[in-house]
Design a protein around this ligand. Structure first.
Ligand SMILES: Nc1ncnc2c1ncn2[C@@H]1O[C@H](COP(=O)(O)OP(=O)(O)OP(=O)(O)O)[C@@H](O)[C@H]1O
Length: 271
């Protein structure tokens, strides 16, 4: 008889499973009945205009914000867990938040930035660094092609270089997925090119990518699913080519646009 043991055939729970998740802060609805399932290893983009609720969604995932009304129709799970802590989160989801760079205001070296990912700190302080941590850090610095920044102070490097070190910091626990919130805001064309190359390398290495952005051109070719956010809701969710249409992007940003695809990247033109 064939072995049909249900346990061996069960698929793993999704990375994120949200149904009807609403978040209200200071009397304001930031997320309005958001339903979203993300599987481990998926490459997705969450696109929306300023104020759409993207960062609020990220803060809900990282448990800085909480769903306001748990009820029978509300599902709020991370890898099948209904409550999760920073340790669960960082070993499965590496987060590079938009404002993280500005918290490294002291002269911490590139190497310390990556190492501090082991302690979820901003710098090493009295934390004990093990030889394994040193080894992992070297591996990451090599992989991200930033070994030359190891001894440079964070305050004396460019935004693009700092961005790559912060990505390295988020990768120390080998998370299955990397989440980046508005990663290209302060990057020039050269830094944007390097960032795209780095992110493509990460995506191709098997790490899932959740890219949160208001720029169409941030969406690397490896991303196949796009979610559009508007007014705290998930407005569209589907395959990239079906979602990134003139009509949908024009209505999302409230501007007439022509969406062009070139070399696997999408661009909004004519506004
Ligand atoms: N803690 C809070 N209390 C009240 N209002 C908030 C809070 N956090 C965010 N908002 C408001 O909620 C709306 C959604 O903000 P959010 O930062 O999630 O949007 P976003 O899509 O990330 O926008 P951006 O691209 O500008 O960062 C905004 O109008 C913002 O001012």
């Amino acid at each position: 008889m064939t072995d049909t043991n249900a346990d061996t055939q069960k698929s793993p729970p999704p990375l994120l499973e949200f149904q009807n998740v609403s978040v209200v802060r200071d009397g304001r609805t930031l997320l309005d009945a958001v339903s979203l399932t993300v599987r481990e290893g998926e490459h997705i983009a969450i696109l929306g205009p300023n104020g759409a609720g993207k960062s609020s969604l990220v803060r809900t995932i990282t448990r800085e914000y909480y769903p306001s009304s748990p009820g029978p129709d509300v599902v709020f799970r991370f890898r099948g867990l209904e409550t999760w802590d920073a340790f669960d989160l960082r070993s499965h989801l590496g987060v590079v938040s938009g404002d993280l760079q500005h918290t490294f205001t002291r002269g911490i070296s590139g190497r310390e930035v990556v190492l501090s990912g082991f302690f979820s700190s901003i710098g090493l302080f009295t934390h004990e660094v093990t030889p394994e941590m040193e080894e992992k850090t070297d591996e990451i610095l090599e992989f991200l092609e930033v070994a030359h920044l190891a001894d440079r102070p964070m305050t004396g490097i460019s935004s693009g270089e700092a961005q790559r070190l912060l990505i390295g910091r988020a990768l120390v626990h080998d998370p299955g997925t990397l989440l980046l919130d508005e990663p290209t805001t302060s990057l020039d064309l050269h830094a944007l090119h390097t960032f795209r190359t780095t992110l493509r390398k990460i995506a191709r290495s098997g790490t899932g990518v959740i890219l949160v952005t208001h720029n169409l051109h941030d969406i690397i070719p490896e991303i196949s699913r796009v979610i559009l956010m508007r007014d705290g809701t998930i407005w569209r969710d589907g395959p990239k080519a079906e979602v990134l249409t003139n009509d949908a992007i024009g209505r999302l940003f409230v501007v007439p646009v022509h969406v062009m695809e070139e070399g696997g990247y999408y661009y909004a033109m004519g506004y």
